[in-house]
Design a protein around this ligand. Structure first.
Ligand code: ATP
Ligand code: MG
Length: 137
């Protein structure tokens, strides 16, 4: 079994889609083994997206990710990283396949409803960024 890190972004929380998105994880075989609601500070958001520092979308992305509460969760399942990316759909909701989370819950490229780790290595780093070992069941 593999673990991945996931965020329900502020737009999806504001739109009352936490439950719908958690249901998709569970029906896709991704077990929620840790979960909490956070309102990120600027420093937390900048640190999380450090790889994108210097890109034109960085500042508005940090602004969006600190604009309201979000949910962070650890998902566990077979091929969890790629399975989660599959159900999320493309970064730009205009390119996301029908039935994916971003096709259904994203409003635009930035406010695209969910984050999911892109590799097992980034998953481990991102899980450790938000969760201590005793918060993971
Ligand atoms: P995520 O890392 O959130 O799972 P991703 O791996 O599909 O998404 P990245 O390239 O890592 O996409 O970009 C991180 C996030 O930055 C995107 O999810 C999106 O919210 C935002 N983003 C990326 N590119 C753009 C862009 N060109 N314009 C606006 N926002 C962008
Ligand atoms: Mg990414």
């Amino acid at each position: 079994l593999q673990r991945t890190f996931s965020i329900v972004k502020p737009n999806a929380v504001a739109d009352n889609n936490i439950g719908a998105i958690y249901h998709r994880f569970e029906t896709a075989g991704l077990k929620i083994i840790a979960s909490k609601m956070l309102h990120l500070s600027k420093e937390q958001a900048e640190g999380f997206y450090a790889e994108h520092k210097g890109r034109p979308f960085f500042a508005p992305l940090v602004e969006f990710m600190t604009s309201g509460p979000l949910m962070v969760q650890v998902l566990e399942g077979e091929d969890a990283v790629s399975r989660n990316r599959e159900i999320m759909g493309a970064t730009n909701p205009a390119d996301a396949l029908a039935g994916t989370l971003r096709a259904d819950y994203a409003t635009e490229m930035r406010e695209n409803a969910v984050h999911g780790s892109d590799a097992p290595e980034s998953a481990a780093r991102e899980i450790a960024y938000f969760f201590s070992d005793d918060e993971i069941c």
